[in-house]
Design a protein around this ligand. Sequence first.
Ligand code: HEM
Length: 574
Amino acid sequence: MSLDCVLNTAVRSAPPWYPCPGTLVAARANADLWTSEGDRIPRQLCRVCGRVCVGVCVCALMLMMWVLVLSGATAVLLLLLWMLLTCLPRRSGQPTHKTSAQPKDAHSRPLFSLSSLLPHRVSPSLPGPPSLPLLGNLLDLMQDHLPGHLTSLSRCYGNIFRLRCGKTTMVVLSSAETIKEALVTKWSDFAGRPHSYTGDLVSGGGCSISLGDYSEKWKAHRRLVHGALQRCCAVSLHAVIERQALALRQVILDYNQKPVDLLEDFTVAASNVITSLVFGKADNKSSAELRRLHDCLNEIVSLWGSPCISALDSFPLLRKLPNPPFSRLLKEVERRDDIIRSHLEDFKVSQQRSANPNVCATVYVQMLTETHVHMATVDLLIGGTETTAVWLYWMVAFLLHRPEVQASVYSELCTVLESRYPRYSDRHRLPYLSALVSEVLRIRPVAPLAVPHRATRDSSIAGYFIPKDTIIIPNLYGAHHDPAVWDDPDTFKPERFLEGKGASTRALLPFGGGARLCLGASVARMEVFLFTAYLLRDFQFLPTGGKASLPDLKGVASVVLKAKPFRVTVRPRP
Ligand code: HEM
């Protein structure tokens, strides 16, 4: 099959989102919905009946039946629950300004957004907080700083405990030992992802790597994208990061020491790295297209993390009630798909002229469907942008609190490198800088609860029986604050990682582990190291005023754990 032919076939199987006349909500089309070979008009897939819907269908009837069902006592309960959910503010600190990115789409999911209706068969002796009838531990799961809350629950109930939500049982792991047992030692037992209604909607029906369930097809998809990413990284990653670090330097110089919020600049730099790898081209800050994509990805992750959308997974009847945030989510997903599709179209045209190595080219020629290429692009853009940007933002926030760390890194850079810029291979000669990187990864893991896993078969963790389909929550934040492993875990102390100071990077799990290890871990490691080295070599970060102007260090936990917005004065080094 020629490349042209692959592309044509792939384009036909792209996943457009379109309204269903029966339900007036968006629905996903897939390859088998094309009416005939070559026919470009998809039939409508009805969200209510989940089948191909021709004109007015039984959905209207079903909707009426739902109204009848909802008129009973169940409806009263559900409405109360609904009011509770919609009255709750979105997790505080969700970006209020459009410019700060959110990812993750690809990265994580609030824990209560789990829809499978599982029997409670987990080991009866597994401890956990008391749960309410119907609601289970929903109130625990709606806490403002969920990773912190789960970590304090682990102090009462241990490093493995259970939570319930609707009929779903989840097992929370809060130590490196239990997390490694599940994700690394018994990796194939826990490599699944929970099936969820809203997860399917944002992931092209589970075709993404981050939300797709463990299967032969998923393995092939991940292997292919991982291989392509590794090959592009080997050829060009270092140079791409260096270019972006120098571009970031110029942007910061142009601020002329005015107090600034750097999150957007970090986001643009990180996004340019990943866009260069994926499409073989970079954007710049003024690109309206790039900003549109950031806003859209932010909005998707932030909406998807909101309680009134997550609740649709655990309480299916709520899907029948009006839900403006959910309608917005569907619109944003559609917008995202349009933008990515147009990038892929441009890519195909430019590819005929370019010889640059990039992920898309490799994945296309390996004959995955357009949907797979599309969702892998989403995975990489979402996974690779906000995480790195938020990490850099945390690094600056902590350095403002401990200026002496900044001074030590600067003096190390001057001594070891003299006047040149660092290379990644210098990391072993820069122990203080490496310790700073490790400590920020430890104290604020940007994906604090990873992404929920699912047991693919009956298994056990720490001696407790864990039945197939149980949802596993790796509480990375908890493991990184475990007092049994870390001395004074709540204090920012990069020195702990210096030789002879007792802390080991082996207890760090910022990228998860096993079959679901972060796909971009090696990209991220090089990025955070080089960006930090360039920034601290060229600049000194100073608070904009007295103590009161120092950034808050608790942060806001949604899908990604991010610092609240703050401003900083950046002074060029002599
Ligand atoms: C500081 C930066 C980053 C951190 C801390 C981070 C952390 C994580 C974590 C904890 C997971 C979930 C692992 C699990 O489910 O157990 C994950 C998954 C993922 N990350 Fe990252 N990540 C970072 C950067 C990146 C970058 C740069 C990319 C892309 C180039 C990326 C792409 C992905 C993808 C695609 C997944 C899903 C993997 C799967 O489900 O198989 N991440 N990441």
